[in-house]
Design a protein around this ligand. Structure first.
Ligand SMILES: Nc1nc2c(ncn2[C@@H]2O[C@H](COP(=O)(O)OP(=O)(O)OP(=O)(O)O)[C@@H](O)[C@H]2O)c(=O)[nH]1
Ligand SMILES: [Mg+2]
Ligand SMILES: [Zn+2]
Length: 370
């Protein structure tokens, strides 16, 4: 199996920055509504050959695309006509896709058509120039972080939350490894600070431990009957969590300093049918999460707490960076706006405004403080 997704690769080493900036500008001038909310069952405009089989992509490995249809797994390749449509998407097909294919032998097939997606979890690929699909046609994303090993990174959570809103997904923040809190007073303080800042915002937050089983029942209940994707940094315990919750035997990794490409334990996304109904896609760990085609307006819309405060800023177009009479900076100074939130806002705003020239900076930010 090869890792097709470059998950742990260095992210923004692209030398051709100017070219990328031009591309970004072109993109943001193009159709901004990348995503139309559509019903899964809506039939596509393109006429489909009804003699084709219909199936769902379970995994994509070096061998090909694994498609399940009526209980049979087919190893499929993509038809050449599909490949020519690639354009600005790094991976034309992703786990979770519904496809139409022709079976070429008992267990093999050829994919002719990918159905329209009702949701996607996507990020920017390694080059910064293309959209990389992590999973598609999912109801909800479990944003998995851990209180320690690796430490909690609030800005990464905000990245996922924005990506979820863009991709038409319901986000659930899951904080794993709470068993480690007792022995980590610093991490415990950070965890509490995070809860104090994020709970009032209304995002669902679930604290649990796949080691002790604390909170697992709640996770199982949330996953029941739904298609979920679980995503987060390498080592936060995505596979362990699914193993504990559903008595699975996914490979899990020992903790190690994971800096080398390929050191993550899960190497390809995998759609897993859950006992009791529903599916969950386990994914390889990400190192950083660049939001594809991030707009300033999306950052502002996401930080509702900051938007509320900004009603009292002196300048109507205040961005709360260093403007005089800024109500957001005042709230921050007075302790009415958590520093965590402001830091996260600043990072993402800078990214949306600065484009690719700031992405290298962002990468450093990701590693130091999330
Ligand atoms: N203390 C503690 N350790 C945990 C917990 N959950 C997972 N771990 C450990 O964390 C390590 C990484 O777990 P994995 O499940 O492989 O992590 P992952 O997120 O799937 O990692 P990738 O597949 O590389 O993305 C393993 O050593 C697990 O035993 C937990 O709740 N508490
Ligand atoms: Mg894993
Ligand atoms: Zn302001």
């Amino acid at each position: 199996m090869t890792d097709q997704f470059d998950y742990e690769e260095e992210y923004f080493l692209d030398k051709d920055r100017k070219e990328s900036r031009k591309e970004r500008k072109r993109l943001s001038d193009a159709d901004r509504s990348k995503f139309k909310k559509t019903d899964q069952k809506k039939i596509e405009k393109v006429p489909i050959d009804e003699s084709l089989l219909r199936g769902r992509v379970m995994a994509i490995t070096g061998e090909g695309t694994w498609v399940e249809s009526a209980g049979i797994e087919y190893l499929c390749r993509l038809k050449g006509t599909l490949k020519r449509e690639k354009g600005l998407v790094k991976n034309l097909i992703a786990v979770g896709d519904y496809v139409r294919f022709e079976s070429t032998s008992e267990k093999e097939g050829s994919i002719a058509h990918i159905e329209e997606r009702f949701s996607t979890l996507a990020r920017t690929d390694i080059s910064g120039k293309k959209e990389q699909l992590i999973a598609t046609n999912i109801d909800q994303v479990f944003i998995l972080v851990s209180v320690a090993e690796p430490p909690l990174k609030p800005a990464l959570i905000d990245r996922y939350l924005i990506a979820a809103a863009k991709g038409n997904l319901h986000p659930i923040i899951v904080i794993n490894k709470i068993d480690l809190l007792a022995e980590n007073p610093e991490e415990e303080a950070r965890y509490k600070e995070f809860l104090a800042a994020y709970e009032p915002l209304g995002f669902p937050i679930l604290s649990l431990s796949s080691k002790t089983g604390d909170g697992i029942e709640a996770l199982r209940a949330l996953m029941k009957g739904k298609t979920s994707v679980i995503s987060g940094q390498s080592g936060v315990g995505k596979s362990s969590l699914l193993n504990t919750a559903f008595q699975l035997h996914l490979k899990t990794g020992e903790l190690a300093i994971k800096t080398v490409k390929g050191s993550h334990t899960t190497t390809v996304a995998l759609l897993i049918p859950l006992p009791g109904g529903g599916y969950c896609i386990d994914t390889p760990g990400i190192r950083s999460f660049g939001i594809w085609h991030l707009l300033k307006e999306e950052v502002i819309a996401h930080f509702t707490d900051i938007a509320t405060l900004s009603a009292n800023c002196h300048f109507p177009d205040c961005m709360h960076v260093n403007e005089p009479k800024c109500a957001v900076l005042k709230a921050l100074h007075d302790g009415d706006l958590p520093l965590l939130r402001y830091e996260s806002y600043s990072t993402l705003l800078e990214e949306a405004l600065g484009g690719i020239d700031n992405w290298t900076k962002r990468k450093i930010g990701d590693e130091s403080d999330g």
